[in-house]
Design a protein around this ligand. Sequence first.
Ligand SMILES: [Zn+2]
Length: 74
Amino acid sequence: MFFRDKHCPTCHGSGTQVFRPLTPKELEAVEADRGDLWRCTGEGCRWYQPWHKQRDGGLLPEELKIQATATEPA
Ligand SMILES: [Zn+2]
């Protein structure tokens, strides 16, 4: 699988974010059955969208947002 950079409408800041395809769990959460949905991997982000149609995107449930990547205490 490959990653691409795309602008995210809900991540503020400069430049683009890395997107990846939705996982089966994420697809289930948004009740979608299609293979062209991608999500932003920005920290704390829940944005997903069809690759070419940002206006058809939306937000994943809160529990599926990207967690902070900070190292956890051992
Ligand atoms: Zn984002």
